[in-house]
Write a protein that binds this ligand. Structure first.
Ligand code: 8YV
Length: 315
């Protein structure tokens, strides 16, 4: 196959250097940049064999339906909840993601949010900058992470990387998941049980229909007024109106959040809370990790065009 036979639809772009690499090897069709997307598609739809997107943007299911010769989707990101995998599998469309290379940065972010929330980093930063320190003296005391129980929802690759970091901090680790794993951590077979047990609930499970809204008002009530929620997974896992009510009414003590409903248009209610630390879905957002993720997209495409297999298949 020559370059002119390899047509790729770009639904959401990856890193600039990797886009240049793709443009040198393949015929790229920039759907992401097209103003009249239907007219654009009418000209190229039949030629598209591969599609590139990102976890945040995903792939509209109706777009898949408009690409009769689509055979592979390479997605930038580990989560693929914004791609209808069942519809792809039914059509024989292969999907790849970018697992593992982001585990460390995402786990670091989880711990960063945990410590920043319990130790009130943002409040302290403001205390110093605003002059309150010199006017009023020391900021109010915070609470320690050491000795607290960390309840991890979803002990997958990222959940385990978080646990490995929380242990030396002196936290006791527990988890909830579909099955008990061969680890020494405390296991709870239901979420309310984990929330009752934990001081800090760490959300690190995949998004999607199976986990939609599982962190609901009852779970937050079980966590209690001295409990914290940290979410580096997907906004969809938490019933967000219930979380906002819990933060407002003191049902829980605070939250550290990297992910939200309706990103990037985060509910402005969160901005009002002093007991919340916010991060704009940036857990994997380092140059090093984003480059490694982009390289996986490039590698998946190269391998698929070479022999029809994928480096990191999802289906
Ligand atoms: C992505 C993510 O980088 O990997 C995921 O699933 O959510 C992030 O790491 C980001 O969404 C890019 O679209």
């Amino acid at each position: 196959m020559s370059r002119s036979d390899k047509h790729i639809l770009v639904v959401s772009a990856i890193r600039p250097r990797h886009m240049e690499e793709l443009a040198a090897k393949y015929e790229l069709h920039r759907w992401d940049q097209a103003t009249d997307k239907d007219a654009f598609l009418a000209n190229v739809a039949d030629r598209i064999a591969a599609l590139v997107s990102t976890a945040g943007v995903g792939v509209p299911t109706e777009l898949i339906g408009k690409l009769p010769n689509l055979r592979v989707i390479t997605s930038f990101g580990v989560g693929y909840d914004a791609i209808d995998i069942a519809a792809c599998t039914a059509r024989g469309i292969r999907v790849s993601n970018t697992p593992d290379v982001l585990n460390d940065d995402v786990a670091d972010t989880a711990i960063m949010l945990l410590l920043a929330t319990l130790r009130r980093l943002v409040v302290g930063d403001h205390w110093a900058r605003s002059g309150q320190w010199s006017e009023k003296g020391a900021m109010p005391l915070t609470t320690t992470a050491r000795g607290k129980k960390l309840g991890i929802v979803g002990l997958g690759r990222i959940g385990q990387a978080i646990a490995a970091r929380a242990e030396p901090i002196g936290m006791e680790i527990g988890y909830f998941g579909r099955s008990k794993k061969p680890v020494d951590y405390h296991y709870e077979a239901d979420l309310i049980g984990l929330a009752n047990w934990a001081d800090v609930l760490m959300i690190s499970c995949p998004g999607g229909a199976a986990t939609q809204g599982i962190i609901n008002a009852d779970v937050l009530k079980a966590l209690g007024p001295r409990g914290f929620v940290i979410n580096i997974a997907r906004g969809s896992v938490i019933d967000e109106p219930a979380l906002i009510a819990a933060l407002r009414d003191g049902v829980i003590a605070g939250a550290g959040l990297d992910v939200f409903h309706n990103e990037p248009h985060m509910d402005r209610a969160f901005a009002e809370f002093e007991n919340v630390v916010l991060y704009p879905h940036n857990a994997s957002g380092t140059v090093e990790t984003r480059d490694a993720m982009a390289q996986m997209v490039v590698d998946n495409l190269a391998q698929w065009f070479a022999d029809g297999t994928l480096v990191s298949p999802v289906n």
